[in-house]
Design a protein around this ligand. Sequence first.
Ligand code: GUN
Ligand code: FE
Length: 434
Amino acid sequence: MKKVYKAHILFTKEKDRFEVYENGYIAVEDGYVLGVASHLKDLNCPDAEVIDFGDKLLIPAMNDMHVHAPQVHNQAVAMDLELLPWLQNYTFPEEAKYADVEYAERMYRRFLHTQWLFGTMRSVVFGTIHTESTRCLMQLYQEAGMGAMVGKVAMNRNCPDNLSEDVDAYIEGMEQLIKDFSPLASGREAGGEVPSLVRPIITPRFVPSCTPELLRACGQLAQQYQLPVQSHLSENTSEIAWVQELEPESESYGDAYNRYGLFGQTPTIMAHCVWTHGKELELMKRNGVMVAHCPTSNFNLSSGLAPIRSLLDEGLRIGLGSDISGGHDLNMFRMLVYAIQVSKMHYQQDHSKAFLTLPEVFWIATKSAGSFFGKVGSFEPGYEFDALVIDDAVLYPSEYSLLHRLERFIYVGDDRQIVHRFCRGQEVAEPKVL
Ligand code: GUN
Ligand code: FE
């Protein structure tokens, strides 16, 4: 069924400028964009229902490319340590609680609800080692109608016994989830199938948490079932030194993943890359590995300032991640602001590194990030209609341009201005909290 929405439409087809349609029209059929135009007649949809959002903004929805759902209870607490002691003291004890599926469901519902509030319609998410709790998280995304790649976490060393799973149990748990969550759902494509909104993703926590046998099993599963991969890379200098000790044959931290088939052999996203350079950078480029830039996490855990301008200029694919609870904020719009601010700190040190502009970070957070899911994050024809309607009347004086209205919403807006949320064409209702 065709629908046409009328609003002020803004999105980033190219990385350095917004497409702006004041009082524009967008036609959507079966979840996919047919076209955008300034005049209704140019859409060639004479019988489509027109839904008029008046003076509101219509923009692509947010994608959180790196987030730990089971760390939601630790959000915005315990920020007094760097990565490795922080994991041992705060993060692992909290994740161990997810052996209890009831606890998991209560927390995961809260987590999903907050993502919904802030207009995050797609996520690349870490769960825990626990198969049933991870299944619960996947079901909650499915029920909500929000898109997610969800990882049952692989870890079996340098962690407490109650957060360690041996290789056979990991493979068995993964195969259950792979069987229960089909990669295809019914839809309008040839054969009547489209990629499912909720899919499993291979998730080795990071090299120090996984024995070579476990990393090998992860790589084999990714290959066998053609599943994407997520993990952490070059976040913290102590972590990098540790990986060098654990995998002395590797040329870089990234190469350690690469040796196990976990670095671009299937679509791969790596969080942080604060210290990525040289051979690791070359390997990422060659293998098309995407970076999930997590600026708030990098501040809170004092990991460093990721050189996003340089990585972008090198042609790397990049998205933004909240990385709760290393990061403290689930509002992805604010992540755009933090990403700009990190790049301004680099610029202050080195004026040859231009800081990121608003259209650049918007493009990173929408079209660039969304490419990990398929055609997501833009309003060009053929893209999935993932969209937010923003009623920002309380935020702007009447003389503001549409671009300044969007900028102000990004910098100081919040969930109260998001009045409609769409994922693959369906309006997403408020998920229930227990
Ligand atoms: N590296 C390994 N595990 C984690 C985690 O949970 N958070 C962050 N920020 N880095 C990690
Ligand atoms: Fe993380």
